[in-house]
Ligand binder design. Sequence first.
Ligand code: KG4
Ligand code: ZN
Length: 348
Amino acid sequence: MADGPLVLGIETSCDETGVGIVRGHTLLADALASSVDQHARFGGVVPEVASRAHLEAIVPTMRRALDEAKVTLADIDAIAVTAGPGLAGALLVGVAAAKGYALATDKPIYGVNHLAAHVAVDTLEHGPLPEPAIALLVSGGHSSLLLVDDVTAGVTPLGATIDDAAGEAFDKVARLLGLGFPGGPVIDRRARSGDAAAIPFPRGLTAAKDLAAHRYDFSFSGLKTAVARWVEARQREGTTIPVADVAASFQEAVCDVLTAKAIEACRANGVETLVIGGGVAANSRLRALATDRASKHGIRVRVPRPQLCTDNGAMVAALGSHLVAAGVAPSRLDLPADSAMPLTAITA
Ligand code: KG4
Ligand code: ZN
């Protein structure tokens, strides 16, 4: 195992079929097939469509990853696969494929937690993660604040969204502005020419009365409704909707709450490193605001490049590599796909 274990990672929890290969902390391949275009006309991911797309994509994506890394299955030391949380049918495709490959090649298999993999992936870009760290995971399916003591042993959930995920809010607001799916990238782009202070949209769960029970929790459903009401009122008046201003003001409300709570979690826990992951971590305003606010408190922000923030196989391989290096026992070959896998479980 020169320079660390050679680990293959398979990700199929949502709409991306990903196969990544790492050696230690070095990324060798990151092959991806996305079914996002097939979901666009529905305005969100359709589970059955995603499962079918994974079935079609898994073998070709596997071949591409092995070619890119210039290795064969026989060279691999371990196979890691997302066991949960995620869409049940989608997870099953990856887990069944990983079992097949593990059985055929007699390699150990690690069923891993998707959220912990979003944290571990940052080591491929920025090296070993100083622990403890705080992780802010924001995507279409999750919005969580975690305390990471040891990513191979378990993470402590501090808070999560009580309704919509952050990415889901971007997607819904984009839809009501007629901007298409997925909404994050287009809102990010349109917001650049808008005024973030134009409309004072609400900041969910930041009032004193909410903080007692929801200090590190998020809520984006009220914000989404506020944007819808604001737009409807303008439509009734017959005035033009200032799309860039709405996009910028909405985006600012999301990023303001996410960064304020993440930095508060760092300070309250005496932690100096904040890792941000998930698709929404690609947001330019979130990256800038987090870095700006954190620097005032001596906190370092680590955000992987956008391709590693969204779902991919490399993140699963990265976590697998940590597990092998830490001597964690592999999963059993009959490991289940667990759509509600808790954060306290790193392996299945
Ligand atoms: O991590 P991801 O690829 O898949 C899930 O696990 O959900 O995240 C996808 C989400 C979508 O909701 C998308 O709108 C959002 O990430 N997203 C963004 C940006 N790029 C992607 N949100 C805000 N700004 C962006 N630049
Ligand atoms: Zn994800």
